[in-house]
Ligand binder design. Structure first.
Ligand SMILES: [Zn+2]
Length: 264
């Protein structure tokens, strides 16, 4: 969508949301990468911009939630009040450790990093320095500092596009490999590119995960399916004002429209 129209419509939506007292619910933010290496890639948020966003969350009084706090709240728990946000990262690139982790620590936030195990296991050798996966040691260091690691399948293929006989390996195999490598339970799963169906969702629950995340836009509400948790994507091109509006839900309508185009 053209920038100006996008800005006008989101400002109108933001105004309306403020008027009625906020959209309600909790925002779970989706990031992929934090790096200056690929300035044209919307999944690669520049390092300085990410730092500004974490500083903004801190100064605006947001408190971070762990994935277990999010799912407990969805299931009707309380203990969540005031401005709350949860942060997630997909795909397991080393820039998550090098550039996002220090800013998260600095501003007092934690995130869940969803990693595809084949990418991690393939190791760093032979890859361009800017596009390497995290190492096991880096992930363990993040866990020790209160960050979380989640499953993002083994091969990162769209699960609805591969034979059903391979789902168990992608979902259970991923959990087992991560738990062995990290020596820690791995309780949350994120569907690669957001592709799932009811059978896949059931399998994720049966495998022993406590919740799963999609790319469906919108705030997380109590009573929502904890195995189909919506998230709000932060793009490399978002200004701080866009970021603020996304937190308030002023871009949900647009995300929904984009998703309808991309995921049919
Ligand atoms: Zn992914």
């Amino acid at each position: 969508m053209k920038g100006l129209l996008r800005d006008i419509l989101s400002e109108v939506a933001y105004g309306a949301i403020r008027l009625v007292g906020g959209g309600g619910g909790i925002r779970v933010l989706t990031y992929h990468r934090v790096t200056d290496a690929h300035p044209e890639d919307r999944l690669c948020v520049p390092v300085k911009r990410f730092a500004e966003q974490m500083q903004f969350l801190h100064e605006a009084g947001y408190r971070g939630l762990t994935m277990s706090q999010v799912t407990k709240w969805i299931r009707g728990g309380n203990g969540v009040s005031g401005r709350r946000v949860a942060i997630t990262f997909d795909d397991g690139f080393e820039d998550n450790y090098l550039y996002a982790f220090p800013e998260l620590k600095r501003w007092g936030f934690t995130a869940c990093f969803f990693v595809p195990t084949e990418f991690i296991q393939s190791g760093q050798a032979g890859r361009p320095e800017a596009d390497r996966p995290m190492t096991w040691e880096q992930m363990r260091r993040m866990l020790d500092a209160g960050q979380e690691i989640g499953g993002h399948s083994v091969t990162h293929r769209k699960l609805t596009k591969i034979p059903a006989s391979e789902w168990d390996w992608e979902i259970r195999g991923c959990k087992e490999i991560l738990e062995e490598g990290l020596e820690r339970p791995v309780d949350y799963f994120c569907y690669p590119a957001g592709y799932y169906n009811d059978e896949i969702r059931q399998l994720v629950e049966k495998t022993g995960y406590a919740g799963a995340f999609t790319v469906k836009p919108g705030a997380v509400k109590q009573g929502m399916d904890p195995f189909a948790i919506s998230r709000t994507e932060v793009s490399a091109f978002d200004s701080l004002r866009d970021f603020e509006k996304k937190l308030a839900g002023a871009y949900d309508w647009m995300h929904a429209a984009v998703q309808r185009v991309n995921h049919t």
